[in-house]
Design a protein around this ligand. Structure first.
Ligand code: SAM
Ligand code: SF4
Length: 371
């Protein structure tokens, strides 16, 4: 069997290599992997991190994903939808704090009224920001026409996690019906790319029934799809969800945390130029969790700018951090923490995925050569 250093010296990691790296057991080997990923981050995207302001503007959702605390079937949740005016106030706050973009996230709704509301909202945001201000959407599965309409209105990035790239696992963590269909999710991801977005996906790590082989396949899936941005983090349980009954199958939290760091690190090595988010779920397990994610190769942070009064109604999992803080308190503490690990938050760049920029340049050259 190859040592970690031997595996890390290879030009390209095979599935067997990825499984070996995910399965590392000693602290020394784990640290070797993390250090290697950080050196790749340093040389390819730099020791700098980008901020995206997250606005969880509605917890209304028609779906029933087995893992999610705001699933439609959870009747304990107080449903809300933040008005456009309040959202614009958050955008103003983001601009005053030198953010170069925001992420609009919500439960999944798809109807003509919702589509139009988002189109109008994007237009309003563009009116109060400069045209380059980046709008990322995370609004679930939509038709190609809807993705295109929102792209044409001015949104530049879209996040849709595949959640689990293995169809068998996908079916175990979702109801099996037309609303929760693996092939539809995959098609949506392709349509997001086709519509022109910088495309983001990701998976949950440490799910019941998930094997190390599945996780290796997740990383290979992300690479094969040519994804530009990734948000992946630990699966965290919520008592009011159907998946909770499998709690005794889960890895202990510290192991789930370390496995998540290894997933980030391996992906940074496999795809040096993509953007990788260090997720809030990491911070739920450990206070310095997001900073540890940055040290493992992630380069994006998504501080939650949702007004404080709504935060307790967007609990995807238990122990979500900072739900009793307003955005400005979160920001102060974040800037200090990033400094503490010797990194810098970049305020004057849009921080587009370099992978996306390269992809666009290659495509333009191909069109030029082949007509
Ligand atoms: N509704 C949209 C969707 O599903 O794509 C966007 C919002 S959804 C709340 C955003 C992400 O939350 C999902 O893609 C899922 O990976 C994550 N999530 C939900 N429940 C979770 C849990 N229990 N642990 C960790 N992540 C979770
Ligand atoms: Fe709804 Fe998204 Fe939660 Fe699924 S993960 S229940 S689509 S909010």
């Amino acid at each position: 069997m190859n040592t970690v250093s031997e595996i890390l010296s290879k030009q390209e990691l095979s599935k067997a290599d990825i499984i070996s790296l995910l399965s590392l057991t000693t602290k020394e080997d784990h640290d070797t992997l993390i250090k290697k990923a950080y050196s790749v981050k340093e040389s390819c995207v730099g020791k700098k991190d980008y901020l995206r302001g997250l606005i969880e503007f509605s917890n209304q959702c028609k779906k029933n994903c087995f893992y999610c605390g705001i699933r439609a079937g959870n009747t304990k949740v107080n449903r809300y939808s933040i008005s456009d005016e309040e959202i614009i106030n958050v955008v103003d706050f983001a601009q005053k704090n030198k953010f170069t973009g925001i992420v609009l996230q919500s439960g999944e709704q798809n109807n003509i009224g919702f589509t139009k509301r988002i189109t109008d909202l994007i237009t309003k945001i563009k009116e109060v920001t400069n045209p380059e201000f980046r709008i990322t959407l995370s609004l679930g599965e939509q038709s190609f026409e809807t993705y295109k309409e929102w792209f044409d209105a001015g949104a530049q990035r879209y996040l849709l996690r595949i959640e689990a790239s293995n169809e068998t696992l996908y079916k175990k963590i979702h109801p099996v019906n037309d609303l929760h269909n693996y092939k539809t999710r995959l098609k949506c991801l392709e349509n997001i790319q086709k519509a022109g977005y910088q495309t983001g996906t990701g998976v949950m790590i440490g799910l019941p029934f998930q094997t190390t082989e599945y996780l290796a396949d997740d990383l290979l899936f992300i690479k094969k799809m040519g994804i530009d941005m990734v948000g992946m983090g630990p699966y965290l349980e919520h008592a009011d969800t159907p998946l909770y009954k499998y709690n005794d199958m889960l890895l202990p939290l510290p192991e789930r945390f370390n496995l998540s760091l290894r997933m980030i690190a391996i992906l940074r090595i496999m795809m040096p130029f993509i953007n990788i988010a260090s997720t809030t779920a990491l911070q739920s397990i450990m206070k310095m969790g997001r900073e540890r994610g940055l040290k493992a190769g992630a380069n994006v942070l998504m501080p939650n700018l949702t007004p404080g009064k709504y935060k307790s109604n967007y609990l995807l999992y238990e122990n979500k951090p900072c739900i009793d803080e307003e955005a400005d308190e979160c920001l102060d503490c974040l800037a200090n923490r990033v400094k503490m690990i010797g990194e810098e938050i970049v305020y004057n760049e849009y921080g587009d995925s370099e992978h996306f920029t390269k992809r666009k340049t290659i495509r333009k050259t191909e069109i030029f050569i082949h007509g």
